[in-house]
Design a protein. Structure first.
Lengths: 674, 462
């Protein structure tokens, strides 16, 4: 070996050794990195899993517990699940385009099972049911079936797996407020009736109360009823005896008991009172009588009340997924909510959703703000149409009579909610002014108050006028112009502010007749519902505007612009009301009277009006009574007023009397209408 | 043919021994027998029957397709395990071996398909005994699903004369003055299309008459025909419900006449049952659409919605021409055609590749054949410009080339029609047999035979 070769060899060996060392070093570093990364990744698993649970990305053990086996199985399908979800969504869209809703439903059902924690799936499925499929049905019952399927899908299933998804609460509130509460669907009255009857089945007839607080106190019994019904029955011998006695008359502590109470113990609608001769009386020893005797047992009133309240609470929780305590809290906060109203449900889900999901990062801020908006919408609708007049038909809910009247008690709550949520949402905004609804809600708040002031004023009564004045002064204080000055519309006396719009309604005799006629109609509507105070208030308003309009016509040479005397106007409106086909009549607008309301109205009318109308309206009432289910006796609906023979001989005498009579004043105070 | 049958019998026996077929039979049985209890549809009996039909036949078809592909294991293992050497030492031509394998796979498939079809028929009938949700549901089940209905299309009036007149008038008025390269035929066609478009649009207060011919149904009051229509609506009311009415029957031909007020959701397919005595004795049917709200007497307004009936199938008259059973048989025959082709492809792949590769190749071809419509639609939504556009266009060209060879299974799929109670015609089945079986399957089998003929089944060691 030459020296040169030896030197090359030595260099080669040295470099090989260095390379080996370098390799070793690289391997060691790589090994350390690998170990470090594995340990690091391992340490991150726990907090990551915690975050996934907190943000509701995966099912936690608690949620999986008691999961239906089909859903539990679907959630174990691993990676294939994502592929299946994608394929199902593609097909879902195709099915929708092809109008194949029977299959679409099936597929959405499976999709919900495949991805129970994917809120959008539930949202989409419920929307499809309530909106797309329902409108393809041809009967109100079939339509309601799909609207209620959509609601149940979200409320009873979707929310169970996604309790912190604000979008699901928003969607649910939207279905109540828009699909059921609004007027866009042809069958919206059918939905309203179905929901109202469903709720009355569970909560029973609304209690007879004197004040707002009484209604809230009544509901407290349900909210505070024993939650563990079985345990309570086991611990209370009286309750155990009651359950045994109820079982003996075939009533179980569930919806059957509540249905019996709602349908058989209702006091306000009594068709038996107007039934014809052929109607069979209840046998004294039959099951219904024994049930009624048991439930009306005075000695056990306390136990029965607590027991029924507990059953109601249980059904609310299990069937409607609603928390009675939250419902009670809402009633304390917002007033005497009638849970038969769709707006009550939208309020519940909007507030509950807002409460549960507040501050969660996974939720879309737009959804959060819209959910708060639904609280306003709900309260506003409760103020506009929150008073429910219901004569339920428990067997065919869509055949029930239902009317929705303004409930002015909610105006105050709505006003307070605007201020509360305005501060909550925009309190940090530099444009926010303390005491207002904040920049984004302000115009809605102001418009609401302006229309409410007029509504309160028209409703009449010192309390309402005082409340209206309060809002007027609030607007003068807070609804300032850009320079902070009082706006011209508020810079005038309160009455003038209210009347400004109303004067426009009295421009011509046709307008005046329509405007005053509407007030008279409201007066009669209140009378038919037994609300004499409001009826008088409305009649007085009508009288006031009648006088106002007629003041200008006094100088007329002829009667070309004059209105009929108010008593005569009222008689004509009454005739219209009595001969209008009674509700329900299918698709038409819900405003109208049931036959029983007509009967009640007839009994409350003054004698001259009854005499003047009897012969005119008798054929219509006879026809309505015959068509009624069950048929009623027209003679009991429309008893002949006394002195008819005399009236028929000399009708002019009664007409003259009508010109002077004030039908709301029992003493027969006469007003000069000339 | 004795050799072919022997191979076929051996393939069937081997498949049963492999338990693949038994496994698939069990899965199909579980699905077909279990689906009626899982299928809810839209909670109506008719919806449940439709869901069951759709999913049971689709699932059976898919599983049998998978079985077909897996059954070529028989051919692959013959090659891999050198069993082929024993077979080749016998007086057996290679084409006989390939054909025998194909027949064996197909025979097993057909037996399972026929049995499954019988069970599907029985379960459908069983499901149909569920109480209907309402009268509408009962009518739908009886007259719109468990039947085979032919769809008759309306006659579009010939607007050629009117188009010519308009053209002549415009020519005289000098509308075309200054247009050098005016093509009269094209212009007349354009005018004709404009007039037809106007005819298809029904403005508020207008009516439109649709005429159908060859309505060969039993003309009696208790027999129903169905008018199915889908429209596009402009200026629809806020509730998106369109109010109008249909008049059926022809007073000039002395038929019964019916008036049907409707409130329909816009842009959906709607069906109106009409007693068949509205059909004239010369097998024509007249339907008049009136765009006037029939509910105005109830205080509803006349909305200013314009209703358009686009496409030749916008209004169809459906009437029964056969039974559900026969329709199901024809649909199963189409499924059979697809399976015959797929079996040939699987055999071809197995003659060339090892079992896993053959499976993969056949699955790919199956997916491409089954998803042709979906792929075409999916590509429509891709951007046309830039790099993505270039890739999309390239892929489209590639697909065109692929589909020159691979058939479109969508064209031999009568399931949507069967589920809608529409007739799967015998002509269609015969076309399926001719195109897919006699031509394409034969070609694939010939190629398979040729390849196998030249394939070395053993290495020669010297």
């Amino acid at each position: 070996m030459t020296q040169a070769t030896a030197s090359k060899m030595e260099a080669y060996l040295t470099s090989r050794q260095q390379a080996r060392r370098r390799d070793m070093l690289v391997r060691a570093i790589a090994l350390v990195c690998v170990v470090g990364l594995i340990v690091g990744a391992g340490l991150l698993v726990r907090p990551m899993n915690k975050m996934r649970l907190t943000n509701e990305i995966v099912l936690d053990d608690k949620a999986v517990e008691g999961l239906p086996p089909d859903i539990a199985l679907m959630t174990k399908t691993g990676t294939l699940r994502a592929l299946a979800i994608d394929a199902a969504f593609v097909r879902l869209e195709q099915l929708k385009e092809d109008n194949r809703f029977y299959e679409l439903m099936q597929l959405s059902d499976w999709l919900c099972k495949l991805a129970p924690r994917y809120a959008s799936v539930w949202q989409y499925s419920a929307w499809n049911m309530a909106y797309n499929i329902s409108v393809c049905q041809y009967t109100p019952e079939a339509r309601w079936l799909w609207v209620s399927n959509g609601i149940e899908n979200l409320r009873n299933r979707g929310l169970r797996f996604n309790p912190k998804s604000v979008s699901l609460y928003k969607e649910l509130a939207w279905i109540f407020i828009h699909k059921i509460g609004d007027k866009l669907d042809d069958y919206h009255w059918a939905y309203k009736r179905e929901l109202a009857v469903q709720m009355e089945n569970i909560l029973g007839e609304p209690p007879v109360v004197v004040t707002e607080d009484d209604t809230v106190r009544e509901f407290r019994k349900i909210a505070e009823a024993p939650r563990a019904l079985d345990a309570w029955i086991g611990s209370d011998p009286e309750a155990a005896r009651l359950v045994a006695d109820l079982a003996a008359v075939k009533l179980e502590p569930n919806e059957t008991l509540l249905h019996f109470i709602a349908s058989q113990m209702r006091t306000r609608t009594n068709t038996a009172e107007y039934a014809g001769e052929g109607a069979e009386p209840t046998a004294p020893e039959d099951l219904t009588t024994r049930r009624l005797a048991l439930l009306r047992d005075q000695k056990r009133t306390d136990t029965i009340e607590t027991f029924v309240a507990a059953v109601r609470a249980k059904v609310l929780r299990e069937k409607l997924n609603m928390d009675p305590a939250w419902m009670y809290g809402l009633m304390k906060q917002y007033g005497p909510i009638d849970w038969r109203s769709p707006y009550a449900h939208s309020l519940y889900w909007a507030t509950y959703g807002e409460h549960i999901t507040k501050g969660l990062e996974i939720n879309d801020p737009a959804d959060e703000m819209n959910t708060v908006r639904f609280i306003f919408f709900s309260l506003e609708n409760l103020a506009r149409a929150g008073k429910i007049v219901l004569e339920p038909n428990f067997e065919q809910p869509n055949r029930s009579f239902m009317n929705m009247l303004p409930d002015l008690r909610f105006i105050r709550h709505m006003h307070e909610a605007y201020i509360k949520f305005g501060k909550q949402e925009f309190g940090d905004d530099p444009r926010y002014v303390e005491g207002t609804a904040g920049p984004n809600y302000k115009s809605g708040h102001v418009n609401f108050l302006i229309s409410s002031i007029r509504q309160l004023y028209l409703e009449g009564g010192d309390k309402n006028i005082e409340e209206a004045k309060g809002y007027y002064f609030y607007l003068r204080e807070y609804d300032r112009d850009e320079n902070g000055r009082v706006k011209p519309q508020y810079d005038q006396p309160f009455e003038k502010f209210v009347f400004d719009k109303m004067y426009e309604s009295l421009d011509t005799s046709i307008d005046a007749r329509a405007f005053i006629g509407d007030l008279l109609r409201r007066s009669l509507e209140n009378l038919a519902d037994g609300d004499v105070e409001r009826s008088v208030a409305h009649f007085n308003e009508a009288k006031k505007w009648w006088n106002y309009y007629m003041r200008d016509t006094k100088t007329d040479a002829t009667a070309r612009r004059k209105l009929e005397p108010i008593g005569v106007m009222r008689r004509d409106v009454t005739e219209d009301v009595m001969t209008m086909p009674p509700q329900p009549w299918g698709l038409a607008e819900g405003r109208g009277y049931s036959l029983l309301q007509k009967a009640r109205l007839w009994r409350s009318l003054d004698l001259p009006t009854r005499q003047a109308l009897y012969d005119k309206i008798k054929p219509a009432i006879e026809a309505f009574a015959k068509e009624h289910d069950p048929p009623l006796d027209p003679a009991k609906i429309l008893p002949t007023p006394p002195g008819m023979e005399e009236y028929r001989k000399n009708p002019d005498r009664v007409l003259k009397e009508l010109r002077y009579i004030d039908p709301t004043v029992s003493t027969g105070e006469k007003i000069d209408m000339k | 043919m004795g050799n072919v049958w022997a191979i076929a019998r051996q393939t069937i026996a081997e498949s049963v021994r492999m338990r693949i077929a038994i496994f698939f039979v069990i899965v199909i049985a579980v699905l077909v027998l279990g689906l009626p209890f899982a299928a809810r549809g839209d909670s109506s009996t008719s919806g449940a029957v439709q869901s069951f039909l759709a999913y049971s036949i689709a699932a059976t078809t898919f599983l049998l397709s998978c079985l077909t592909i897996f059954l070529v294991k028989s051919l692959s293992s013959d090659l891999a395990d050198r069993q082929i050497l024993t077979l080749m030492s016998k007086p057996l031509a290679r084409w006989q071996y390939v054909l025998g394998k194909w027949i064996g796979i197909v025979a097993l498939n057909m037996v399972i398909l026929v049995v499954s079809g019988g069970v599907i028929y029985g379960m459908t009938r069983l499901l149909a005994t569920r109480p209907p949700r309402d009268e509408w549901d009962a009518e739908r089940l009886k007259n719109q699903i468990l039947t085979a209905r032919h769809a008759s299309k309306f006659k579009v009036p010939d607007f050629t004369g009117e188009a010519n007149t308009v053209y002549e008038r415009q020519l005289e008025q000098g509308v075309y003055a200054g247009i050098d390269n005016l093509n009269p035929d094209k212009e007349k066609a354009r005018i004709r299309a404009e007039i037809e478009k106007r005819w298809r649009s029904v403005f508020p207060g207008e009516s439109r008459e649709f005429e159908f011919s060859d309505v060969l149904c039993r003309r009696s009051r208790d027999n129903m025909v169905h008018l199915q229509y889908e429209h596009r609506v402009y200026n629809y009311p806020p509730d998106e419900i369109i109010r109008y009415q249909w008049f059926f029957g022809d007073p000039a031909k002395d038929t019964e006449q019916y008036q049907v007020p409707r409130r329909d959701m816009r842009e959906r397919k709607h069906t109106v049952p009409v007693p068949a005595d509205a059909v004239a004795s010369d097998a024509t049917f007249r339907a008049v659409f009136v765009n006037v709200n029939p509910y105005m007497s109830m205080g509803e307004p006349q909305y200013l919605n314009t209703v358009m009936f686009e496409g030749d199938d916008a209004v169809e008259l459906l009437f029964s021409v056969g039974s559900f059973g026969a329709n199901l048989v024809r649909e199963l025959a189409l499924v059979g055609c697809r399976l015959l082709f797929l079996a040939a492809v699987a055999v071809l792949a197995a003659t060339m590749f090892s079992f896993p590769v053959a499976c993969l190749a056949t699955f790919t071809i199956y997916a491409l054949a089954a998803l042709r419509g979906f792929l075409g639609e999916a590509l429509q939504f891709m951007p046309d410009e830039g790099a993505v556009g270039f890739l999309t266009r390239s892929f489209q060209y590639f697909l065109h080339a692929v589909y020159f060879v691979i058939p479109n299974f969508g064209k031999v799929n009568g399931l949507p029609l069967l589920v809608d109670g529409r007739n799967v015609t015998l002509k269609w089945v015969l076309m399926g047999v001719g195109n897919l079986v006699l031509i394409k399957t034969t070609i694939v089998l010939l190629v398979a035979c040729l390849i196998f003929q030249r394939r070395e089944v053993s290495e020669v060691s010297v």
